[in-house]
Each structure stands twice: as C-alpha cells, then as structure tokens.
Design a protein around this ligand. Sequence first.
Ligand code: GUN
Ligand code: ZN
Length: 437
Amino acid sequence: MSATGLFRGRLLWFDREPEGAEDTAAFHYVEDGAIAVADGRIAWSGDWSDLPEAFRSDDYSDYRPHLIVPGFIDCHIHFPQGQVVASYAGSLLEWLNTYTFVEEQKYGDPTHAQSMAGRFLDMLLAHGTTTAVAYGSVHKGSVDALLGAAVARDMRMIAGKVMMDLNAPEPLTDTPQSGYDDTKALISEWHGKARVEVAVTPRFALTSTEAQMEMSGALAREHPDCIVQTHLSENHREIATVAELFPWSKDYTDIYDHYGLMGPKTLFGHCIHQGPREIARMSESGSVAVFCPTSNLFLGSGLFDLDKMRSVSPHVRHAVATDIGGGTNWSMLRTLDEGYKVLNLQGQRYHPLRSFYQATLGNAQAIGMETSIGKLKAGYEADFVVLDVASNPGMALRAETVSTLSEELFLMQTMGDDRAVAATIVSGVTAHRRDKA
Ligand code: GUN
Ligand code: ZN
C-alpha cells in the first residue's frame, strides 16, 4: 500500500502551539508547495521551486489553490455509534440506555462489525480524518474488524474493546477476567501491527465493578505503551452515581487514580465538571482532557472550561474530538467551530491558528505520536488533507473578501464540513477524492 508520489498546493503545518494570532514562528506556510512521498512517508516538503531534482516529475497531483494540512486526528470516537448519531435523548444516561446500549449489541455479529468497519473508516477519510482513537463495542470482534480494516487501508488507528461488567444489558457485559483476556489478546494480535495500536478501554466507572477497575489498572501497568481511554466527569447524574458506587473516592478523578489509570498515556473524554483538585491531578499525572464540543452540547452535558483548567494548572493537557455518536458531526472542522462557540460563550477566545494546530499536531502530541504524524515534514508519515475554502456557495461568497491565512482558516472551521475536503491522502495514497466520491 505504501506509495510514492508528488503533490502540489499551499502547505501549512505547525511546530508548536501558537501563542496568538501574530505567532508566525509557530507554523510553516508555503504559498506554492511540494510534498514528495516515498514508501508512505514524506521524503521532502517545501517550496515547489526548491524541489530537488530527484523528486521532480511531470506526473503530480496539482491541488492548487487548495490548502494542504496534516490529516486531522480525532482523539475520541465510538466505532459502533455511527448509527446512533442524532438519537433524540435528553441527557447522557437516557441516551446510553435508550439507544446506544441497544445499537452496540449489533456489533456482537462479526459480519455486521466488518461491514461497518469499512464504512466507518471511509466516513473518517471523507471528513479529512486520518487517525482516530476509537472505542469498540464490548465485543473483541468489533475491534478485530476495525483494526483489520485500518491495516488494509494502511491507516493509523488506535482502538480498544470497551470493558463493562455493570449497569449495562447482559449481552453487552463482559467479566473482569474476560475483559482482561480479550484486551490482552487484542494487544498481542494487533498492537504495533502496520500502523495500528490497541487502547485499554474501561468504558467509565459507572459500568465497571471494582474488580474490573483493578483488572484495567493491571492492563495499563502491564502495557505502559498502550493508550488508556475512558470517560470522566461528563454529566451530573453520572457523577452522583459513580460517587455512590465508589463511596471511598475523593471525587470522580480519584477513582481512576486509585486504580492506576492516570498518566501521560490516558485520554479522559469530557472532563467538564472537575474541581481544582481533580484538574491539578490531571496536570500532575500528565493525563489528557478531551474536549468533545458537539457531544457536550447535544447531550446538554455542559461547557468545557479551558481557561478554568489552565488557571488551576497552565500545563494541563487537552485534545479535541468528535465523540461520534454523542457528537453530532464527523467533521473536525464542525467540531472546531462548536468548540470555538463553547469557549466564546464563556468569554474565552480560541484563535483559528490554535484550532488547526490542535486538530493536527496538538492531537498528535496528546496521543504521543507527534514524531510520526501531525506535520508535513520530511520523515513524517504521509497523511494529509486537501482543504477547499470555497467549497459551498456561502463559503465561496465569503472567501472573496478573505485576505489572510487566519481569516481563511477561520472561514474553513466556521462554515466548512466534508465538502471542504477535496482529497485525503493516507500513507501517500489518495484514499478519498471529493470529485470521485
Ligand atoms: N460515557 C460512557 N459511555 C459513553 C458514550 O458512549 N458516549 C458518551 N458521550 N459518554 C459516555
Ligand atoms: Zn465517548
């Protein structure tokens, strides 16, 4: 699957989080750029006029005047929830019990899981997302299907089977031992194969017994190179229920801490209602708070408060994600837009340079993959997305008056969706083209 190829267009990638609108040293922008790919990696990138002779060819993909950025990274998404999106529910627990825990039972059927796996990855690619950190269903086969399909596409993908042995319908429960054994088997079969990894995935404290939490901690200890993912502090009823289940805990965060589940490899979805002690522990442990704006709005969960987090601890890590199917759109552009609004509602500003940094290199840093993905730099894996700022009539009208890069990015995130994705390149192969979709 690894490819050789040459691409031309405007290039943008980040070296670090921009401090503000004027921080031009944080990124590279090339007005007429070239990306040469060899063996699935970027062999050279820079000014078209400087392209070394060895990479020159008349046969190249000409994406001018579009903007090429690193492929988007979605740090929290549920594979079995593509057909749960837009289910009419008031709040998290009603939504889980009424729709989600019903739908996820279908993924016990390997044929269904396999047919949905290809559709899930195609959906990501159509939205410009080249890497995701995904929750499977409780069934090991759901993750076999997803990671198998990712290997076939040579996509960078991280996934885990959810472990849940409490407060869920019987067909959706495992046991502490079977959850442990299935996760171990997934790790030995998939972790490090091609470009895929396995994540230790206790769903959340509400659906795990103490015994299962202990087994999750053992998995995290035994596999320190695996990402750990779970949900934390999303909804008030959820928080009250876990406090009853774990009466000894100081707070919700303390439960995961107690079982050894915090650390730089841990992604905590939501983190909306944490107090200062919890935020300080997030920061101290290097854990990542994953901001899921469309989901938090749709389920009425609350407003992620980045300034509050950073006022407690300036270095607390965060990421951004769709959280399909609590989230309402597969597009990281739509997600950035809703994220901007959530912060703006609280009097906080998030500059478009920061948004695009976050959806690319920032999320790569959150999952510890910043030396492999998230930049258009020689040596990086050749995953990128071609964005068209005039991809619908409203955008085209507004684009006529756009004169700076920041304005263009802001228009892209405010009005863009999958129509703005002209092409998605994975391991140097054009995996999606809007005009051929
Ligand atoms: N908490 C536990 N499971 C889920 C889930 O599937 N979606 C969301 N948004 N929150 C959860
Ligand atoms: Zn989730």
